[in-house]
Design a protein around this ligand. Structure first.
Ligand SMILES: Nc1ncnc2c1ncn2[C@@H]1O[C@H](COP(=O)(O)OP(=O)(O)OP(=O)(O)O)[C@@H](O)[C@H]1O
Ligand SMILES: [Mg+2]
Length: 319
């Protein structure tokens, strides 16, 4: 294995499909043993980035290294040394869990003499004990996902790519899944994960926020929150939807979004709180409380994407 300190380093990494730019000159690095979270709306370019890093598709311009290997020159070495749980991971439904593990262990080149032992370890490590002889097709979503992870790491890869690995799985199972990921990171396994769940993004050492093929922010979750411009207030009122419409008309309001039963409003500064309160009251909205709050990652995400949308309103989601 190569000596490397950064599991991933990219240099203006880009990918075009015809004239369409899916990934546009992105630069980031992932130190060994860290968890990097790639966030962004649908179509932002996350999966395309992963597919380049895994050596599945070639970059159109720029370059990257994974585990010290050049993605242009050493794609085969990379494929052998990484685990990849793709957005639509494939397990064989008509095989039992243990048969799937056996199949993946063999295609990932786990020596026949080690395979039995390794599979038993994987079953224990992933908490699959008890369901290992069941048909994969009959397992629930959370079990299938643990099994897919176990298959992806059958060959003990030092780098793992997770592309929306927990989509559609319940919150408790997602947390347990992330406990496994944390454990792996503590054993110096490097991880790049994409997710649309902001609670999962909180687990990452660094977050890269992609939007329309570009990397628009790169920092730890705490720093992203600290650096969110303006002051965030939470409005509790009787008509949050109408309150949102009204807020958007007020000068000094940078952004507003519904969060559950509350309205979150980003103001230019604290002085705007009075303007907001009186505008809402004038419109006949019963305001119970307006309080300054710390932004969540969800606030940061929405704020970043919406401020980009405002800057070029012809853009829309979905790539
Ligand atoms: N093989 C391809 N040919 C043409 N366009 C493609 C191809 N693969 C991806 N794209 C386009 O590139 C853009 C980025 O796609 P990508 O799958 O990387 O997005 P994503 O960030 O993973 O989105 P999601 O969150 O929905 O998974 C999209 O507009 C997509 O349609
Ligand atoms: Mg994707």
């Amino acid at each position: 294995m190569n000596a490397y300190s950064n599991a991933i380093e990219t240099f203006d990494l880009s990918r075009h499909f015809g004239s369409f730019i899916a990934v546009d000159k992105i630069n980031f690095y992932v130190p060994k043993g860290e968890i990097f979270g790639l966030l962004g709306p649908n179509g932002a370019g996350k999966t395309t980035t992963i597919r380049m890093l895994c050596g599945i598709i070639r970059p159109s311009a720029g370059n990257a290294s994974v585990l010290g290997f050049d993605i242009r020159k050493d794609a085969e070495e990379i494929k052998k040394n990484i685990g990849y749980m793709s957005q639509k991971f494939s397990l064989y439904d008509d095989l039992t869990a243990i048969e799937n593990l056996n199949f993946y262990a063999s295609i990932y080149g786990v020596a026949r003499s080690d395979r039995k032992r390794r599979i038993q370890d994987l079953i224990d490590q992933s908490g699959l004990r008890g369901v290992e002889k069941e048909l994969t097709g009959s397992l629930s979503g959370a079990w299938r996902q643990r099994l897919a992870l176990a298959c992806a790491i059958a060959h003990k890869p030092p780098m793992l790519f997770l592309d929306e690995a927990t989509a559609g799985v319940d919150p408790l199972s997602r947390r347990e899944f992330w406990d496994l990921i944390y454990e792996m990171a503590s054993e110096d396994i490097s991880i790049l994960a994409t997710t649309h769940y902001m609670d999962e993004a909180e687990y990452c050492n660094t977050i890269g926020m992609m939007y329309q093929a570009q990397m628009i922010a790169l920092a730890s979750p705490d720093r992203l929150k600290d650096e969110m411009p303006g002051v965030l207030v939470q409005v509790t009122c009787d008509q949050p939807l109408q309150a949102e419409e009204i807020s958007d008309q007020i000068p000094g309001v940078m952004d507003s979004a519904i969060h559950g039963v509350h309205l979150h409003v980003t103001l230019k500064d604290e002085k705007q709180v009075n303007n907001l309160t009186s505008a809402l009251q004038t419109a006949g909205i019963q305001v119970t409380e307006i309080e300054t709050i710390l932004p969540s990652l969800e606030d940061v995400f929405i704020n970043m994407v919406e401020s980009r949308l405002k800057a070029s309103p012809q853009d829309s989601f979905g790539g």
